[in-house]
Design a protein around this ligand. Structure first.
Ligand code: HAM
Length: 419
């Protein structure tokens, strides 16, 4: 029989490492919640048209990385490569834009891109994202960037930097595009590249070929074409970031992998990862909602790559010093098989009271059971024999220090909660 394995290039998390993955994801989510963002839980697959129109046909994501298939009803379905388009679709479909603006939502889950797998680049990966829709204020741009920065700092990350730029409003982009087009016309480009440039000329700044990179060094930069309003907005965002002590570098050559960006655009990059160093990115999207058939509202958001952030945390040795709290508070061991029933009942009762606990199962000798207690990472352990059942008292042992304290079985949950 053929051995089964996971599809190529997917990320998977299982114990013990999964606790670090969970810690990272929950810390990112907490930073969003503390800033007033509410959960949006969306389908992992959508109508293919949504991503074609939302993400843009000139992008690698849409042109060659989507998992697209026909469902049983003959509809074209795509596994979501990113979260923003789906959020917009849901906001439009459920009339959320009729509520108080801005709409502030967070999401977390698996995303799918058929990229060439390598360290930190997967075909199924995880993001925590936020979107703030309905206001075009520099204060919101600042808030969104600050949420990500707060999350990274809460994790204890140090070796990362923030790149920002502005892609301006439609006026800024139109005047830049004219000059960029004139510049591109002087170049000897192949058909495919020209076609790409016709959809989004900024893509050429992101071209991986050395010869293109070299000629693009002389290309006019959008940042020099910002309208007065866009320039003022961008200056305000910088002022707010500086005021909050969030360091940044202006990178006028930044090109995001998705086509919907306008205005403030940003990327967080870790110095500890190899080629796949982008740990999160986002920006404003002025025309996206209208493009998808909704009201003409602007929005801004980000997607943080949980997989890469976990790798960055590990590379910075964060879990060596930060104690990611073990899930278990108590591990209960029966001295002999005669006490097993009692222990099973006790553990069940303690769980009902909200104590995270587990017990040694099976018929292992006491020594083996104590090893399980050690390995469990629980804060406390107790051993229950016939004496303990008779007296109703146990020695509650703190695993780290090895010290014990006599506690009534009936008072175990209170004692653990108090410590
Ligand atoms: P993105 O830059 O395509 O933006 O992805 C955000 C983050 O997801 C990246 O910085 C990276 O950490 C992670 N990521 C992307 N692709 C992979 C992959 N193949 N393997 C591992 N991690 C990956 C977006 O997706 C936008 N929707 C963000 C956004 C929200 N913009 C506005 N609102």
């Amino acid at each position: 029989m053929r051995e089964l394995s996971a599809p190529k290039g997917v990320s998977e998390y299982f114990p013990p490492r999964s606790q670090y993955f969970e810690f990272v994801r929950e810390t990112l989510i907490s930073a969003a919640k503390v800033s007033g963002y509410q959960l949006m839980e969306l389908p992992a697959f959508e109508d293919t048209e949504l991503f074609k129109r939302g993400v843009g046909e000139s992008t690698d994501v849409v042109s060659k990385e989507m998992y697209t298939f026909e469902d049983r009803g003959g509809r074209s379905i795509t596994l979501r490569p990113e979260g923003t388009a789906g959020v917009m679709r849901s906001v439009i479909e459920h009339n959320l834009d009729k509520l108080t603006l801005p709409i502030k939502v967070w999401y977390s889950g698996a995303f799918f891109r058929a990229e060439r797998p390598q360290a930190g680049r997967y075909r199924q990966f995880y993001q925590v994202g936020i979107e703030a829709i309905g206001l075009n204020d520099p204060e919101i741009d600042f808030e969104v960037i600050a949420v990500a920065d707060r999350a990274f700092k809460a994790l204890g990350l140090k070796s990362y930097r923030l790149d920002i730029t502005s892609l301006g409003d439609s006026k800024s982009r139109a005047s830049h595009r004219k000059d960029l087009q004139i510049f591109l016309d002087t170049l000897d480009l192949d058909e495919a590249t020209r076609a790409r440039a016709a959809i989004n000329p900024l893509r050429l700044f992101d071209d991986k070929r050395v010869e293109i990179q070299r000629v693009m060094e002389k290309a006019p930069l959008l940042l020099d074409y910002l309208s007065e309003e866009s320039a003022a907005n961008f200056a305000k965002v910088q002022e707010l970031l500086t005021g909050a002590g969030i360091a940044f570098t202006i990178n006028p050559r930044m090109v995001r992998g998705l086509d919907y960006y306008t205005g403030t655009t940003f990327e967080f990059v870790s110095d500890k990862l190899g080629a796949q160093s982008g740990i999160g990115g986002g920006g404003r999207y002025d025309g996206l909602m209208a493009e998808l058939g909704g009201n003409d509202l602007s929005g801004i958001g980000f997607g943080l790559g949980v997989d890469r952030i976990l790798l960055a945390c590990e590379a910075e040795g964060i879990f060596d010093s930060t104690e990611v709290k073990s899930e278990l508070e108590l591990f209960v061991v029966a001295l002999s098989s005669a006490e097993k029933n009692f222990v099973a009942g006790l553990v069940n009762e303690l769980r009902n009271k909200g104590i995270k606990c587990d017990m040694a199962y099976g018929d292992r000798a006491l020594k083996g059971a104590m090893k399980s207690a050690d390995k469990s990472g629980a804060r406390f352990s107790v051993v229950i024999g016939s004496d303990e059942i008779e007296t109703g008292k146990v020695a509650l042992k703190e695993m780290k220090t090895g010290t014990s304290k006599e506690v009534r079985i009936s008072a175990l949950s209170d004692e653990i909660k108090a410590n």
